[in-house]
Design a binder for this molecule. Sequence first.
Ligand SMILES: [Zn+2]
Length: 412
Amino acid sequence: MNLVAINIQYGIGRVGVFCRNLGHRLPRPIFNFKGFDFLPIDTLAPILYIITMNRQKTKNLPVPPLSAIAIAIAVAAAAAPAKDTLTFAAVGDIMMGLNYPSSAPSLPPEDGALTFESVGGALRGAGVTVGNLEGVLLDSGGTVKRCANPNVCYAFRMPERYAKHLANAGFDLVSVANNHSGDFGDAGRAGTARALKAAGIGFAGFEGTAESYVLEKEGVRYGFAGFAPNVGTVSLHDHQRARELIAEVRKKSDIVIVAMHIGAEGPKSARLTRQNETFVGENRGNPYQFARLAIDSGADIVFGHGPHVARAVDLYKGKFIAYSLGNFATNTSVNISGISGYAPIVKIRTDAKGNFIDGEIISAIQDGERGERRPFLDPSGACIKEIKRLTEIDIPESPLFIDGKTGKITLK
Ligand SMILES: [Zn+2]
């Protein structure tokens, strides 16, 4: 239900009608009587369709005609929430450099300050920017995970100060539901939470401690939940719990964003199987099915990652799905050759109810001229062509059209 308070005020020389979508901070005028200025809204108690008229020495002032009031009510009813178009940007895996092992750290030039330099403009241009934090923010210590082969043990521990690079690049939300957020045990999870909080970035995906998050921005409540098949994260295998959690987030949000770390890994895993996928003997879930479960439970947008390559995009019940956004900023230890280096930014616009309007794929590749491992805007449009190709072969029935040159995503 849309709760809208309407306040009509008029005084000498000034008449205004204001609409306030309840739960949203900023009132905005929705109807102007020509030739008058607006008065500030009197923020009223949340009551459906309140009309107040404040006469202020108005004996000689014309009363707004009833027809104008009726129009104002109709406009207000249609206008909720206050922002009628919402924009989102999403990217895949982010791992900005390693301070582990302490004896042989692998940190980027200028302490990571350049990580998002080439793509920051694209990320900051969206209302809400979301990514997957593939690792732990912790300066030292933690209980490193046990690896079957210590020589090829991928334990991702980043300096806590690197959280500010995410904030500076415009990230509002990151998922910590993935196969590396538990690499350093409880101390790693605590460090990650501490660093993200200090940087003002919302996060979700830790089982029991940070299962969901509600970001309030520009008067809109964006609910966020992250799921993965890994211990310590909110499990995507527990479908009943996933349904309940998303429904809970739905109740306290205007828009619900779900992140899923799901599907088999590697350059041979770009195709969507619509089946349960396994990787090194691990059940990594069924992205096609889980995205639908999320949307059926109340999600408006589903962003996937985990395969380390991009996959198709899709639409279900009017809601947008990106099955995998690949590697975005993986400074070390992750293969970035060929399609593994594709670092797409997917931007979409929805209406106030989270229904897809249109979108855009911005191509970036982790391949600097001097071999730098960070995303660079890619004028060749390689990510656009790849996601278009995969969408056409994997979701032939998709109502989405991707322009292979511009990357624009529209409804067919
Ligand atoms: Zn992963």
